[in-house]
Design a protein around this ligand. Structure first.
Ligand SMILES: O=P(O)(O)OC[C@H]1O[C@H](O[C@H]2O[C@H](CO)[C@@H](O)[C@H](O)[C@H]2O)[C@H](O)[C@@H](O)[C@@H]1O
Length: 371
């Protein structure tokens, strides 16, 4: 009897769960066709019907999972062309208005409090591109972030490893939380305006996982090398398997390959980001915890005069949005052109709008200091 993994994805969280099933119930493309194998017809009608039932349910799950892969980074506006989608968009925008339209209200809410900025990288500061190694930040955006950091404590919170994101951002005065918050570093010595007396913050809650991550990286590279367009990225404490450039017909196959590796590591978790599988240690740590850690490190623990603002575009940013909602402090801004389930209060459409929002914050700060 052959065993196979069935992958199920939760459309809201992107978390993928997998169960191992025997060949009598697994969904495979051939299971859709009438069985031709000798001996298959000898299966009793009852058993066959039962198998069909199971296959149907699993095929549905697999389909919903591929749907979730498709929805993980919508790239066209087709879905908004129908009236119901337009209505959906309008009602979503009412619930998550543009942070640019609401700028005055945001500023009003922050009055008398210290704004602390948290910025995701991909899809927030840099546009989403096919090649993850070429997701460059524009010089204009870099200059803007530099100015933001002069006005407010500022952190980059990203799924990338710190070295990689630093090679893009190149700003030594920022805090960096890489590997989805599992690798936290303070500004390079001499660059901090907020933490002069303290050493650089350094926290790595998944340090023990390094050898395992390296091992899984090698296996994933090997396993996926036959899938054209697939790319495995080592983000130090976590891994990404990109499928943006993989033919959609090959997605389920790729997913099963990824799973066949990850299933041997029960302490690793598989989830989805924007056209990417994310593999990370099952530790109780995420971008929300990283935000909390950074606030504490900056001396804002138990203070109600702090106003954290977190801008991000991906599912992993939801942990930070949720944390802010729970704390009732500051707010999250989701970067998206499409209605998405989110814990963010406001929205911005794309990195140019993010830059405009940051620019207005800097202008406002300058003006309020001049008065
Ligand atoms: O937390 P983030 O900074 O948003 O990082 C999340 C992942 O971002 C990158 O992948 C995404 O951007 C790529 C470049 O635009 C794009 O090709 C890919 O499809 C996106 O998923 C990064 O490469 C991953 O390692 C991060 O985990």
């Amino acid at each position: 009897m052959v065993s196979q993994n069935v992958v199920v994805s939760d459309a809201k969280t992107g978390i993928i769960t997998v169960s191992t099933v025997s060949n009598s119930s697994v969904f495979t493309p051939s299971a859709q066709k009438p069985p031709t194998a000798p001996g298959y017809i000898s299966v009793s009608k009852k058993k066959l019907l039962k198998n069909l039932e199971i296959n149907g349910a699993q095929s549905q799950r697999l389909n919903s999972w591929v749907d979730s892969m498709r929805a993980s980074s919508p790239t066209h506006l087709k879905s908004l062309s129908s009236l119901s989608s337009e209505e959906e968009l309008n009602s979503w925008i009412k619930r998550h208005p543009s942070a640019l339209d609401m700028f005055e209200r945001i500023i009003e809410a922050s009055r008398g409090k210290q704004i602390v900025m948290f910025l995701d990288y991909d899809g927030t500061l840099s546009p989403i591109v096919d090649d993850p190694d070429r997701a460059f930040i524009s010089s204009k955006m870099r200059r803007t972030v530099k100015k933001v950091a002069k006005c407010f404590p500022t952190s980059i919170v990203t799924g990338r490893c710190i070295d990689k994101v630093y090679s893009f951002v190149k700003l030594a005065e920022l805090y960096y939380a890489g590997s989805h918050g599992m690798d936290i570093k303070g500004p390079t010595k001499g660059f901090s305006r907020y933490n002069k007396d303290k050493p650089s913050v350094l926290y790595q809650p998944a340090g023990d996982f390094l050898p395992m991550i390296d091992e899984v990286f090698k296996q994933l590279v090997d396993k996926t090398k036959s899938t054209a367009g697939a790319k495995v990225e080592n983000n130090k404490f976590c891994l990404s398997v990109h499928f943006r450039c993989v033919d959609e017909k090959k997605w389920s196959e790729l997913a099963l390959k990824v799973r066949s590796v990850v299933k041997n590591y029960p302490t690793l978790k598989l989830s989805q980001g924007r056209k990417v599988f994310e593999i990370r240690p099952m530790v109780k740590w995420d971008k929300g915890k990283a935000l909390e850690f950074l606030l504490e490190s900056l001396g804002f623990e138990n203070r109600d005069d702090v106003f954290p603002v977190y801008i991000g575009d991906d599912r992993t940013d939801e942990d930070a949005f949720k944390l802010l909602q729970e704390r009732g402090q500051g707010f999250g801004i989701l970067v998206s052109k499409f209605p998405k389930d989110t814990n963010a209060s406001y929205s911005l459409q794309d990195p140019p709008e993010v830059m405009e929002f940051l620019r207005r914050l800097v202008e406002w700060k300058k003006f309020s200091n001049e008065r």
